[in-house]
Design a protein around this ligand. Structure first.
Ligand SMILES: NC(=O)c1ccc[n+]([C@@H]2O[C@H](COP(=O)([O-])OP(=O)(O)OC[C@H]3O[C@@H](n4cnc5c(N)ncnc54)[C@H](O)[C@@H]3O)[C@@H](O)[C@H]2O)c1
Length: 314
């Protein structure tokens, strides 16, 4: 099979590209390298540098492909609050461009990377697909709009698009980012012997899913016949932030000083994905235990040339 991976120079996209190549598939990466890295490009994949807001460029990159994995996005709540127009351009217009290009190229399925951010405040646990959807940021709104667009193309044009709502993804090639997730920040501070700052009492829980499981879920969602619709994608396990930091400190053999600061407004208290629907539809089962995934992640981070260069520049 030949696959287009938008956002294939990013954290999750590059892990998916690696998996696709390892299983013998042909891959084209489409990315503008705005938050991704050339160092993430995998040998064996073709690379087209382009912006998903450019419909013609997306359409020509897709020629000859059988399936599209759409991961390119303006990522994160903070970025979207700072620049809501760019968030909508990339995440909504970009989605329309990808769907139109898929139609023009006779491709039936786009697997779209959505986010648990579409839910907003979490009301019931574990979170099923039908949990109320009331996003708290322009990013959540644009991801929800993009999901709805995929579903409308299923209705109008007989496509079988699949939307995967990721919870907190972590793993190799996730680097520090000013808008970023907790694990790279904690890992960096622990490995560099700095204090670790936890917002709130640290007893809030999260569902951290390893990127290897997310890449596998994409492949399954892209290749299993008869699948379409929206699916939650997490590890289906809960960990408190305090436990997470303790585990990471144990792995590194250090005892960092923990500093608690006030809770951040808008942070949810608890999170846990129900992944039964993804299991039933395309056989998804999270397979990487958090301790094993963190051990591999911290070993990767400590030897990542991009990260080491940034550390030495400080
Ligand atoms: N990391 C998570 O925990 C998480 C959680 C929920 C959803 N997601 C979604 O997963 C996808 C991948 O996220 P990630 O964590 O790998 O982030 P990332 O920033 O590493 O990857 C995004 C990639 O898209 C590219 N990109 C951005 N704007 C583009 C544009 N206009 N045209 C072409 N390429 C563009 C970037 O250069 C980057 O390579 C995103 O759609 C994100 O919203 C991630």
């Amino acid at each position: 099979m030949k696959a287009l991976v938008t956002g294939g120079a990013g954290f999750i996209g590059s892990n998916l590209v690696e998996l696709l190549l390892s299983e013998g598939h042909e891959v084209v990466v489409f990315d503008d390298i705005s938050s991704g890295y050339e160092a993430n490009l995998q040998e064996g994949a073709a690379f087209v540098r382009g912006d998903v807001t450019d419909g013609d460029a997306v359409c020509s990159a897709m020629v000859g492909c059988d399936v599209v994995f759409h991961l390119a996005a303006s990522v994160g709540n903070t970025r979207s609050i700072e620049n809501p127009a760019r968030d909508s351009q990339v995440n909504v217009l970009g989605m329309v461009n990808v769907l139109e290009a898929a139609r023009a190229n006779g491709i039936e399925r786009v697997v779209f990377s959505s986010s648990a951010g579409i839910f907003g405040e979490l009301k019931t646990l574990p979170i099923r697909e039908d949990h109320p959807q009331d996003p708290d940021s322009p990013y959540g709104v644009s991801k929800l709009a993009a999901e709805k667009m995929c579903l409308v193309y299923n209705k109008l044009h007989g496509m079988s698009n699949v939307c995967l709502r990721y919870f907190n993804v972590y793993g190799p090639r996730q680097r520090y980012d000013a808008y970023g997730n907790a694990i790279p920040i904690f890992a960096e501070r622990i490995l560099r012997g700095m204090d670790v700052v936890i917002f709130g009492d640290g007893e809030q829980t999260r569902d951290f899913v390893n990127v290897a499981d997310v890449a596998r879920a994409n492949l399954l969602a892209g290749t299993t016949p008869g699948v379409s619709g929206v699916f939650n994608l997490g590890s289906a396990t809960q960990v408190t932030v305090n436990e997470l930091v303790r585990t990471m400190a144990d792995i590194s053999g250090t005892s960092p000083r923990i500093v608690h600061e006030g809770p951040r407004p808008g942070d949810v208290r608890d999170s846990l994905a129900d992944v039964a629907a993804a299991h039933a539809a395309f056989g998804f089962s999270p397979s990487v235990a958090l301790g094993d995934g963190l051990r591999r992640y911290m070993a990767w981070l400590a030897s990542d040339p991009v990260t080491l260069q940034r550390w030495s520049a400080r």
